[in-house]
Design a protein around this ligand. Structure first.
Ligand code: 13P
Length: 250
């Protein structure tokens, strides 16, 4: 099954505007001949700056979150309407840092997923188990629940705008990557869950990224696995020297 690789940088809460502009311009130059699909997701305050740099290039612009409502009295939140104005194309939702630090649950994430899709955004829905859940043998149970509940009420017709990112929480920012075999097992399982929900054709097409300590020296082995279709990269996406070899893995 030919799925195009999707290589994404989640910049998290890093960088100033000038640093972001420099990094984005460097990526634009060095990925111009890249063969895969690319995305950068900077903080809200950097979006306008980065938007101007990546406009009309092969790098998509992503946000790291959005509010579950279009507008209203929601102090501190950012709306899909505001993101659209900045030409944001993709929204990362359900990241483990949102789930575990900011206590977002599956119902809230699902509300955001549906709102983002309704407004025509691509959604990267992040799923993944905690270390204690892995040790308790609950990897499939957790990933299935987060996938099913995250996509509850999402029409099959919108699934082409959904990407899943499997990010085992214990591998995020720790330098501990899942082995390609361990990651592949979960990716294959999640694809089966999608097949059950939306049919085999949709499951064959959906992009499932891996995230969690992806580095230049492990990207190619991970991407070689049948069901791993890209990467959601944190720390290594903050420097051209580490993101370019990942984005152009061979
Ligand atoms: P690291 O690549 O820093 O482990 O972060 C992964 C991640 O959370 C991307 O969303």
């Amino acid at each position: 099954m030919a799925r195009n690789y999707y290589m994404a940088g989640n910049w998290k809460m890093h960088m100033t505007r000038s640093e972001a502009a420099t990094l984005a311009q460097d990526l634009v130059n060095k990925l111009a001949d890249g063969k895969h699909k690319y995305l950068v997701a900077p903080s809200f305050t950097l979006l306008e700056t980065v938007s101007a740099v990546v406009e009309n290039t092969n790098i998509r612009l992503g946000a790291q979150n959005c509010a579950p409502e279009e507008q209203g009295a929601h102090t501190g939140e950012v709306s899909v309407l505001q993101l659209k104005e900045l030409d944001v194309q993709t929204i990362i939702l359900g990241h483990s840092e949102r789930r575990h630090i900011y206590k977002e649950d599956d119902a809230l994430i699902n509300k955001k997923v549906k709102l983002a899709l309704k407004h025509g955004f691509e959604v990267i829905l992040c799923i993944g188990e905690l270390l204690e859940e892995r040790e308790a043998g609950k990897v499939e149970e957790v990933c299935e629940r987060q996938t099913v509940k995250g996509l509850e009420g999402v029409d099959a017709g919108d699934l082409h705008n959904v990407v899943i990112a499997y990010e085992p929480v214990w591998a995020i920012g720790t330098g501990k990557t899942a082995t390609p075999q361990d990651a592949e097992a979960v990716h294959g399982f999640v694809r089966k869950v999608i097949a059950r929900l939306y049919g085999q054709d949709a499951a064959d097409k959906i992009i499932i990224q891996y995230g969690g300590s992806v580095k230049p020296d492990n990207a190619a082995q991970l991407m070689a696995m049948e069901n791993i279709d890209g990467a959601l990269v944190g720390g290594a996406s903050l420097k051209t020297d580490s993101f370019i070899p990942i984005a152009k893995f061979s």
